[in-house]
Design a protein around this ligand. Structure first.
Ligand SMILES: Cc1cc2nc3c(=O)[nH]c(=O)nc-3n(C[C@H](O)[C@H](O)[C@H](O)COP(=O)(O)OP(=O)(O)OC[C@H]3O[C@@H](n4cnc5c(N)ncnc54)[C@H](O)[C@@H]3O)c2cc1C
Length: 489
């Protein structure tokens, strides 16, 4: 296993922030002469983008700006699986570290490198077969492509809300979304995928072909075993839904408690995210307290939603909007751009309903936010339902007994000093560590956290040793590696 070292990465403002990068044996970016890069360019159907090219900066940029100073020596803009294969073989030949890039939304910047970025964004074709209900997406498709591919057919999969998140990263780490309680996580709907392995060979994976690797890719695949060039999903039909985006500014503690209790009893046809937003410094100066937000969808009517939320309405009336809409119009209401920003967001699954002790720890923790020029929040995504009907060992996605997925969001800007950012990160760590003893579950591998202790266990729990065995078989020399990559056993 390559050694992991900690390096200082300068943000654009000069604020120095800690980030992990892998410095393994073949991950030391030795500069290669230009003629070697020209050789790679000749091998590709797509384009090789080098520093100085007009679109280089935009292509290199990760969603988490914390890692924006890690710049690739070259970006292979692949057009097909053969391009991906040639890129892997070239990188191996010249000992250049490589990473896959799809949507670029890794929380920890794990699709950045100083070596070769193998970027599949141009491979975004979508094909839907109405006779089987199967949608096949090329490896670089994003949520926006999923939306446009499924919308005309009134079908869906469990997808995210952010247009630019890559389907590759999403499904390979599980994939949570408002449909998961009714239909399972995204990887539960995956029925086949194509992968380019460390030796450049292209393989089809399914329950019938390369079963063990298919198992591993359903929840633990992002960056670990190869580069995926297509995904096939079994869709489900969708109809009208009630979407809602509500805010409570009055009696936040009572509202939060009552909301969690009411949602614990809600049907699996309800998908939601509960957020406690900390007031900014300007809001605090005006005497503002935390606010409670509820966003999501119900496969039911506004009247049925009102029945679920009655106990909270008795405490305080929210502001916001509730609309009954066709499913995909409802997604226009729920979706967001998710523009690049500086952030850190550790996560933890709660395996039971959130206790009174946990609630007071959470309310106390969020109120201690020191403040950046941007935002801090505590987030809860309601899990359970169909997600928990799948046995933990059936796929690599192991988190099958949870009731909630929590995270502590912290966002800052270039103008925040490194001392301020450090103080905020310390607050975030202390808050997270104060409430995780109440949680009982692991951490979500798609909210990948470079500062998480015991990350292998927290992401993969009882599936870890089988994953390490798969890694030993398909990539024993760790061609695919990053600081939190699954090691061979
Ligand atoms: C704004 C935002 C919104 C989000 N919303 C959700 C959500 O609703 N639900 C949810 O579950 N998660 C969500 N996430 C988390 C998201 O699922 C993960 O960050 C995911 O890894 C992003 O995938 P990507 O392709 O965009 O990122 P990338 O950074 O491109 O890739 C992520 C990891 O997968 C690897 N990888 C990329 N492409 C491939 C490939 N083709 N084959 C193999 N490995 C590959 C990369 O090397 C990297 O290790 C969100 C993240 C952000 C920043």
């Amino acid at each position: 296993m390559g050694a992991v070292t900690r390096v200082l990465i300068a943000s654009a403002a000069g604020a120095e922030l800690l980030a992990s990068v892998s410095c393994g044996a073949n991950n030391s970016a030795v500069p290669l002469p230009d003629n070697r890069w020209a050789d790679l360019a000749r091998r590709l159907t797509g384009r090789l983008v080098r520093p100085g090219a007009p679109d280089y900066a935009a292509l290199a940029l990760p969603n988490n700006l914390r890692y924006s100073s890690v710049l690739p020596a070259g970006i292979a803009l692949c057009e097909n699986a053969q391009d991906v294969s040639r890129s892997i073989l070239w990188a191996r030949e010249f000992n250049v570290p490589l990473v896959a890039r799809s949507g670029g939304h890794s929380y920890a910047g794990y699709s950045t490198t100083t070596g070769l970025m193998i970027d599949v964004r141009n491979m975004n074709a979508v094909r839907f077969d109405p006779s089987t209900g199967v949608i096949t997406l090329a490896g670089g498709a994003r949520n926006a492509n999923v939306y446009s591919g499924l919308r005309p057919h009134n079908v869906a999969i469990t997808h995210g809300r952010c247009y630019d998140v890559g389907i590759a990263g999403l499904v390979l780490g599980g994939g949570v979304g408002f449909n998961m309680r009714a239909n399972g996580v995204t990887s539960d709907q995956l029925i086949g995928t194509e992968i380019v392995a460390a030796d450049g060979q292209i393989h089809s994976l399914s329950e019938k072909q390369n079963r063990d690797l298919f198992w591993a890719c359903r929840g633990a695949g992002g960056g670990n075993f190869g580069i995926h060039t297509s995904f096939s999903f079994l869709t489900f039909p969708v109809n009208r839904i009630t979407v809602y985006n509500l805010t409570w500014a009055q009696h936040p503690d009572d509202v939060f408690t009552a909301l969690l209790r009411a949602l614990d009893a809600a049907p699996d046809t309800l998908g939601c995210k509960v957020v406690i937003a900390a007031p900014t410094a300007a809001q605090q100066a005006l005497g503002k307290d935390i606010t409670i937000h509820l966003l999501g969808q119900l496969r039911g009517t506004p009247g049925e939603l009102a029945d679920i939320l009655q106990p909270i309405y008795r405490i305080a009336r929210p502001t916001g909007e509730i609309s009954e809409l066709p499913y995909w119009v409802g997604q226009d209401f729920l979706s967001e751009e998710g523009a690049p920003e500086f952030f850190h967001e550790p996560s933890r699954f709660f395996n039971e309903s959130i206790s009174d002790g946990a609630i007071s720890t959470i309310l106390d923790g969020i109120r201690r936010w020191p403040g950046t020029t941007k935002a801090a929040s505590f987030k809860l995504f309601q899990t359970g339902g169909a997600m928990n009907a799948v046995p933990a060992a059936a796929t690599a996605f192991v988190h099958r007994e949870s009731a909630w997925l929590s995270s502590v969001g912290l966002v800052w800007e270039e103008s925040d000093s490194s001392a301020e950012v450090q103080r905020n990160l310390e607050w975030q760590r202390a808050f997270y560590e104060a409430y995780i003893p109440f949680a009982g579950g692991g951490a979500y591998q798609n909210f990948i956290d470079p500062s998480l202790r015991d990350w292998k266990r927290e992401y993969y729990l009882s599936n870890l040793s089988r994953l390490e065995a798969v890694k030993s078989r398909v990539d024993p020399t760790r061609v695919f590696r990053f600081p939190e990559a699954i090691p061979p056993s």
